[in-house]
Design a protein around this ligand. Structure first.
Ligand code: PYC
Length: 331
């Protein structure tokens, strides 16, 4: 049996985005969080088939557009990625909103603005256009907060580290320069990948964060190595590790949100301030701390992230059950 998926492929700040514009499964659920659980239970083969080799690669990421559950909102988004079905993905949202608007798949009730349901909650979008192109997308994200500070781990290959855990739509272990970690360029991509899985496991052995409003969102999935900026006009740089081998080519929208909450919590950033975040390859998002809020009794912030995306082409992909690798593979 052959399944056909009509995709718009592209990238946000260098990280891939595959918008599956045709072929999305019908999902059950009264929220995008419930639809995410239904997708994971019945259709995860679509994620692995489209994201893993041979149709994808270590960094592959994307998702589907759905009608919103609440008619007050414009659309729903379900994210797929090599690492799983994320509660929220910033670079993916910027890409899918851009491609969806440019190809008439998203019809906003108010031009320039969208309300989007994602598994982590409702996010707001403000976008700019020039001719038929979307030139900038700003996401006002779900509340971000620091879940734990000073988790002491000892990681083979780098030694003792003190790590904080922060939420920005996914839970991040944040590693700042200390001890044997002297900066991203000293570490290099291969070592970042090699060490990050061990950092994530060491944190998981000690602490499992659980979102105060949605217990299906739990556990550290990503590692954010923080560093000083490299380029002129930037405030910080990162390498975000996800899945088993990926370093985000973008500055990571949920990672930037988590980092903003972390900088506010540690007194280094205030409400109303911006933070230009560079990715490992030098692409940028502009983060901003929009407001202070509380979440489940904790101090939290509402972060926003601005970036842009480029579509690179249409891609019609078959998943054929007669193909040995129909559900994809990882090495
Ligand atoms: O932009 O939020 C993001 C993201 C998550 C994983 C990769 N990118």
């Amino acid at each position: 049996m052959r399944h056909t998926f009509f995709c718009i492929d592209g990238h946000t700040a260098g990280n891939p985005v595959r918008l599956v514009a045709g072929g999305a499964p019908l999902l059950k659920g009264a929220s995008m969080s419930e639809r995410r659980q239904d997708f994971l239970a019945r259709f995860d083969w679509i994620r692995t088939g489209l994201c893993f080799e041979p149709r994808g690669h270590d960094m592959m990421s994307g998702g589907f557009l759905y009608p919103p559950v609440d008619p007050a909102n414009d659309i729903g988004i379900l994210f797929i990625e090599t690492s799983g079905c994320l509660p929220m993905c910033g670079h993916g949202t910027i890409g899918m909103v851009t491609f969806g608007l440019e190809h008439g798949l998203i019809q906003p009730a108010t031009p320039g603005k969208l309300r989007v349901e994602v598994p982590a909650g409702v996010i707001e979008i403000a976008y700019e256009t020039q001719a038929a192109k979307v030139t900038a997308v700003r996401i006002t994200n779900v509340p971000a907060y620091v879940a734990a500070r000073g988790i002491e781990i000892d990681v083979e290959g780098i030694g003792p580290l003190s790590v904080d855990v922060s939420y920005g739509g996914n839970f991040y272990a944040i590693v700042e320069p200390q001890g044997a970690y002297t900066g991203l360029d000293d570490l290099g991509a291969a070592r970042i990948v090699d060490l990050s899985g061990r950092v994530r496991q060491a944190v998981a052995d000690t602490f499992e964060p659980v979102h105060p409003l949605d217990p299906t969102i739990r556990g550290v999935s990503h590692v954010l190595w923080a560093d000083k900026p490299r380029g002129e006009g930037a405030d910080g740089r990162n390498a975000v590790f996800y899945g088993d081998k990926a370093i985000d080519r973008s500055p990571c929208g949920t990672g930037t949100s988590a980092r903003l909450a972390h900088l506010v919590e540690t007194g280094r950033l205030s409400v109303g301030e911006s933070f230009v975040h560079e990715s490992y390859i030098g692409s940028r998002f502009i983060g901003r701390v929009e407001q202070a809020v509380t979440l489940g009794g904790r101090n939290a912030i509402v972060p926003s992230i601005e970036g842009s995306a480029i579509a690179t082409g249409f891609n019609t992909i078959w998943i054929d059950r007669e193909d040995t690798f129909w559900a994809g593979f990882q090495v």
